[in-house]
Design a protein around this ligand. Structure first.
Ligand code: THU
Length: 165
């Protein structure tokens, strides 16, 4: 399915990010099989742990509006990071549960970085997923201070999905 409108909608959502602490704008857009697009942006909070990433905002909005995982076709994530756009461990955890295992996830930044992976491929990147990886530590020079590490489940959750592979 064509992803160009989804990409536009993700950029549009990123402009609505509430980011007084990091000034890092992230947008997500999820396209359903019927073409409906659900958007999400990151929303920060003074108690940093309560901040919501764009990916979770979009997925929680989708579920809140009554849509189902089975209707999802693909997801786009965009950011103004200096490095690659990649979901944090907390988002990967939620995405693994709420995205179809084979749905393409397109990840872009403003400088032209692009990747396409499924949530299973992201999960296979490692048992411990750290948002501030080598590519991202320089993100606006603030990233490490604010969001030092997100660690995903120590149990590879892909085990749970073996039947679907
Ligand atoms: N962020 C996202 O919204 N999604 C990602 O994939 C990575 C990080 C947010 C969290 C925080 O508001 C800001 O980007 C800097 O980490």
């Amino acid at each position: 399915m064509d992803n160009s409108l989804t990409i536009k909608k993700a950029f549009e959502a990123s402009k609505r990010a509430y980011v007084p602490y990091s000034d890092c704008h992230v947008g997500a857009a999820i396209c359903l099989n019927d073409g409906t697009i659900i958007q999400g942006c990151n929303i920060e909070n003074a108690s940093y742990g309560l901040s919501n990433c764009a990916e979770r905002s979009a997925l929680f909005s989708l579920i809140s509006q009554g849509y189902k995982k089975e209707e999802i076709n693909h997801m786009v994530i965009v950011s103004d990071f200096k490095g690659d756009t990649r979901p944090c461990g907390a988002c990967r955890q939620v995405m693994l549960e709420l995205l179809p295992v084979n749905a393409p996830i397109y990840m872009l930044n403003l400088d032209g970085s692009f990747a396409e992976k499924t949530i299973l491929e992201l999960e296979y990147e490692g048992e411990f997923i750290i948002i501030a990886n080598e590519d991202q530590v320089d993100l606006h020079g603030k990233h490490q201070e604010i969001y030092p590490t997100y660690i995903s489940s120590p149990v590879p959750l892909t085990q749970l999905y073996k039947e679907e592979l």
